[in-house]
Design a protein around this ligand. Structure first.
Ligand code: ATP
Ligand code: MG
Length: 254
């Protein structure tokens, strides 16, 4: 088995593509033979379960139940391999968040104890013999995401070509820099077709000081899919699928 890693996917602004990219990377990882779990820590506006074809009524215990001490973290794990990548040599699990009004209101009121979550990652990784834990996050600067990013091996910062993203990502990048995360990478998403990618890459690397490991075009097929499924399954030969595979190889290479 290769080196285990915790990978957080974050962005300053919402709607940058975190959930879609995280879910697709997880399945690519499973296809590469990895044992991977996806954790939905966007407890205020959960959604990544939709990409794996889950309705809320198919989910019983969630990450929120664990955080409130109602169950063990292992009880919140759903094996999604057979639904999304039955042919994969690895496996893929999902730890969903709760979509109930009660859970979301309480999270909005009280936040959650990120340190309790972090302290159980090893247990989860042992239990499922994971190679990789991929963490989908709530956008923006928030204490919980920063605490979880701080114990990650890799932090992926997603950015769109938008001035609001640039300013916010500069703040995130500066804070992330203080957290001593072993590797921080940038991925640019929703890039317009007329953009010179080489120039954009150089500009981003110079502005933020981290390597750009992926550049994903704004794509009508992705928008039209509207998170109803996994892009890589619907469009296995699309340039975005190849780009995502390269990102997966980069972050999972041992
Ligand atoms: N490259 C792309 N081209 C076109 N549409 C995209 C692209 N990437 C993502 N989208 C679309 O953007 C929307 C937001 O994506 P997603 O939910 O993954 O973002 P997010 O960062 O997780 O959002 P939030 O911050 O709300 O959690 C979705 O409708 C998705 O289909
Ligand atoms: Mg999301």
């Amino acid at each position: 088995m290769g080196e285990r890693r915790i990978i957080s996917v974050h962005s300053y602004r919402g709607g940058t593509g975190k959930s879609n990219i995280t879910a697709n990377l997880a399945v690519l990882a499973a296809e590469m033979g990895k044992r991977v779990a996806v954790l939905d820590t966007d407890l205020q506006s959960p959604g990544i379960h939709v990409l794996f074809g889950f309705d809320q009524d198919q989910i019983s215990l969630t990450l929120v139940d664990f955080l409130w001490g109602k169950c063990e973290i292992q009880d919140t794990v759903y094996d999604v391999t057979d639904r999304v990548c039955p042919e994969a040599s690895g496996r893929c699990w999902l730890v969903p968040a709760s979509l109930t009004t009660q859970a979301i209101s309480r999270i909005l009121d009280e936040g959650y104890e990120a340190s309790r979550l972090n302290s159980h990652f090893d247990e989860l990784m042992d239990e499922l013999d994971l190679d990789c834990l991929l963490i989908d996050t709530h956008p923006g600067l928030n204490r919980e995401t920063m605490l979880t990013s701080a114990i990650s091996d890799i932090l992926i910062l997603l950015i769109r070509p938008d001035q609001q993203d640039y300013y916010g990502t500069a703040v995130l990048a500066e804070i992330a820099n203080k957290l001593e995360i072993p590797a921080i990478y940038l991925v640019a998403n929703k890039i317009f077709s007329h953009v010179n990618e080489t120039q954009l890459r150089e500009r981003l690397e110079e502005a933020f000081g981290y390597s750009v490991i992926g550049m994903i075009p704004l794509c009508e097929e992705m928008a039209r899919l509207g998170s109803r499924g996994l892009f890589i399954r619907e469009h296995p030969e699309h340039e975005i699928t190849h780009e995502l595979r390269q990102i997966a190889e980069r972050i999972l290479a041992t």
